[in-house]
Design a protein. Structure first.
Length: 196
C-alpha cells in the first residue's frame, strides 16, 4: 500500500512539475547610500497567452526631504513581442504617469495620462522583460512607465544601460537574469539588488 501511494505521488509530481517551473519571482531590495529604502517584486508567468510580467515597487527614503516612489506595471508578451501593458507611477502619493499600451492592427495604441497616441513601431519589447533575460541585439525597447522608446547601450556581455526620463539606468546580468539595477537621478542614486 505504501509503495502504491509513493508511486502515485511520484507520477502526480512528475506530471505537474513542469507547470510549477513556468513561473519566476525575483525580489530586489532597494538601497540609497547603503541604506535599505524599499523593495521591488517582479513576477513572470508563462501560459498559453504568452509571458505575463507584474512589477510592484515601493521606495521610501528620508533625506533632505522625504521621498516616496511607487510603481506598478503589468504586461503581456507573445513571441517576445509586447501586446498589452498598463503602468502607473506615483511620487509622494501623487500620480506621475498612467500609461496603457495595446497592440492592434499592426500598431501600438498608447494612452499616456489620458492622451491617445499611436506608434508606428510594429514589434516592441517591454523593458520589464529584461528582469529575466539579457537583451537581444536589434530589439526595440519600450518603457511601460512613460510610453517612450529606449535606446540601450552595451558596456559588456553582462552590462547594459540606457538614458531615460533624465535618469541613467544600468543593468547587470548573471546566468539567472537581472542581478542589479542602478538608477542615477539628479537628486539621488538608487540601487536594486536581487535577493538570492
Amino acid at each position: 500500500m505504501k509503495l502504491k501511494f509513493k508511486s502515485s505521488l511520484f507520477v502526480y509530481a512528475f506530471l505537474f512539475f513542469p507547470l510549477l517551473s513556468l513561473g519566476q519571482t525575483n525580489i530586489y531590495e532597494a538601497y540609497i547610500k547603503g541604506h535599505k529604502v524599499g523593495e521591488m517584486k517582479v513576477v513572470k508567468e508563462i501560459n498559453d497567452e504568452g509571458i505575463k510580467i507584474n512589477v510592484d515597487t515601493h521606495i521610501e527614503a528620508h533625506m533632505l526631504m522625504n521621498i516616496t516612489v511607487d510603481f506598478k506595471s503589468s504586461s503581456t508578451h507573445m513571441n517576445n513581442m509586447l501586446v498589452d501593458a498598463s503602468a502607473e507611477s506615483r511620487a509622494n502619493g501623487h500620480l506621475k504617469n498612467s500609461v496603457q499600451t495595446h497592440f492592434s492592427n499592426g500598431k501600438y495604441q498608447i494612452n499616456l495620462n489620458g492622451k491617445q497616441k499611436t506608434s508606428s513601431e510594429s514589434d516592441l519589447v517591454g523593458a520589464d522583460l529584461y528582469y529575466f533575460e539579457v537583451p537581444e541585439d536589434g530589439q526595440t525597447l519600450y518603457s511601460l512607465a512613460t510610453g517612450e522608446l529606449i535606446t540601450k547601450k552595451k558596456e559588456s556581455d553582462k552590462e547594459y544601460y540606457f538614458i531615460h526620463d533624465d535618469k541613467k539606468e544600468s543593468h547587470l546580468f548573471d546566468q539567472h537574469g537581472l542581478t542589479q539595477l542602478t538608477i542615477s537621478h539628479k537628486l539621488f542614486t538608487v540601487t536594486f539588488k536581487r535577493k538570492d
